[in-house]
Design a protein around this ligand. Sequence first.
Ligand SMILES: CC(C)(COP(=O)(O)OP(=O)(O)OC[C@H]1O[C@@H](n2cnc3c(N)ncnc32)[C@H](O)[C@@H]1OP(=O)(O)O)[C@@H](O)C(=O)NCCC(=O)NCCS
Length: 192
Amino acid sequence: MNKLPVFKTDRLILRDINVNDAIDMFEYSCSPLVGPMAGWEPHRTVLESAAVINLFIDSKNRGEPGVYAIVYRENNKMIGTIELYNYKPGFKAELGYALSPAYWGKGIIVEAANCLIDWGFNDLNLKRIEVATFKENFQSQRVCEKLGFLKEGIARNAYLRYDGMVCDKVMYGMTDLDYYVKTKQEIRERIW
Ligand SMILES: CC(C)(COP(=O)(O)OP(=O)(O)OC[C@H]1O[C@@H](n2cnc3c(N)ncnc32)[C@H](O)[C@@H]1OP(=O)(O)O)[C@@H](O)C(=O)NCCC(=O)NCCS
């Protein structure tokens, strides 16, 4: 199976998730603050987290690039996941992420997502990356704004959650042209 490229930032290492991450994953996936905001039920046991990790690994057999574990370098702890999924080679993918509440508010997902956005446009040659958040998920919407995604609209009653709740989705998108403009601007800001 193809390994994902490893990315290192000041605070993070992004690498393929593996079943040894199950205990760390369970620590945050059992929280009612995390899964329901991303559309999944909180995990009840470590075994459930291990099963989810196996599904993530198996997603490569279904043509997905795979799921990254976000590792906090300071303590070598796996604190979240991030991925490009619903991958259509050479065309588009969706960005998904979840982070342990103990690490919220530090800009960690923005730091991690910038690696996947660079990878998506520069190496996977995507034309578009999109994010869909629930209308109530202001934290994720703020992440999208900080990453430079354009808010494209609201798809009403577009998602049936595991608990039967019908949710509106706020849609964000970034095209390859948006990315080019954003990158040029960031370089200009760094020079001046
Ligand atoms: C969405 C999520 C990944 C954001 O990650 P993050 O790295 O904490 O994001 P940021 O640090 O950039 O913070 C984003 C915003 O959240 C809010 N926030 C920060 N700390 C917070 C906290 N402890 N509690 C609640 N909200 C908080 C702030 O409004 C912040 O915006 P600001 O930086 O302009 O002040 C994280 O909240 C999460 O895992 N949520 C549950 C799963 C989820 O929603 N996944 C995405 C599905 S689309």
